[in-house]
Design a binder for this molecule. Structure first.
Ligand code: HEM
Length: 126
């Protein structure tokens, strides 16, 4: 039986990924203004979500119900430029993980489609 991405990555690396990722997000000039809540809380939620997104335990759904990810992002105005910035942070975070290059590629590939799906706002000129 094929192991899930969650199994191959392991929980410790998933936690590392989330640490690296939010350290980058909270420093990112393009999107840091969107993140208004507590950093530890969003990290915990993202850990629960990504566990299930990568084929591990359904932690997020057990606690918060169906993810309805696009709906949950509607209160935040997310442009395509924001999605690209988010993906750049994710790519840099994945790259720092102590895992082989093939697993890095496979992991990163899980994100672009979902990130683009979160875009809910036209670019503005201001
Ligand atoms: C496309 C660019 C994205 C932006 C700008 C963005 C931004 C945000 C913001 C501002 C929040 C609320 C944080 C807070 O509470 O302060 C949030 C929550 C969250 N985001 Fe994103 N996000 C993006 C893409 C994604 C993607 C691709 C995923 C999953 C693969 C994701 C998963 C989550 C989860 C699980 C939460 C917590 C939802 C909850 O409140 O329960 N986001 N995001």
């Amino acid at each position: 039986m094929e192991n899930t991405l969650y199994d191959r990555l392991g929980e410790d690396n998933l936690k590392l990924l989330i640490d690296y990722f939010y350290n980058l997000i909270f420093e990112d000039e393009q999107i840091k203004h969107l993140f208004k809540n507590d950093k530890e809380e969003i990290k915990q939620k993202q850990f629960m979500f990504l566990s299930q997104f990568l084929g591990g335990p359904n932690l997020y759904t057990e606690k918060f119900g169906h993810p309805r990810l696009r709906a949950r992002h509607i209160p935040h105005r997310i442009t395509q430029t924001d999605a690209v910035a988010w993906l750049k942070c994710m790519s840099a975070a994945v790259d720092k993980l102590p895992i082989d290059e093939k697993l890095k590629d496979e992991l990163f590939e899980r994100f672009p489609q979902t990130a683009m799906f979160m875009v809910n706002t036209e670019e503005s000129n201001n």
